[in-house]
Ligand binder design. Structure first.
Ligand SMILES: [Zn+2]
Length: 98
């Protein structure tokens, strides 16, 4: 059995936005993760890193992951609908301007 094949593992990476499994090790182990091709093909795109840590598979997931965290911060709340400046800048670095 080839062991160098990319396969999802129990301690594997997941998207912080939608929790879908990605290929690669969990964020805390370092390294990179890859987002499986939506068409079930053999191409992978490298997962982006969220501003607060963790992998994200899409702009929406990146946004959601940051927003969820910021809403939990002191002085913030669930009425917050946009990201703080730093997280927003990270989002734009990852995916470009909306
Ligand atoms: Zn996702």
């Amino acid at each position: 059995m080839p062991t160098d094949k990319l396969t999802p593992a129990m301690d594997g990476a997941t998207c912080r936005g939608c929790r879908r499994p990605l290929f690669g090790k969990d964020y805390c182990f370092g390294g990179r993760a890859y987002v499986p091709d939506a068409n079930g093909g053999f191409t992978y795109s490298e997962a982006k890193t969220n501003y607060y840590g963790g992998f994200v598979c899409s702009r929406q997931c990146d946004f959601r992951a940051s927003l969820e965290l910021e809403q939990d911060m002191p002085g913030h709340g669930y009425s917050q609908k946009s990201l703080g400046q730093s997280a927003q800048r990270s989002l734009e670095n990852n995916w470009g301007l909306a």
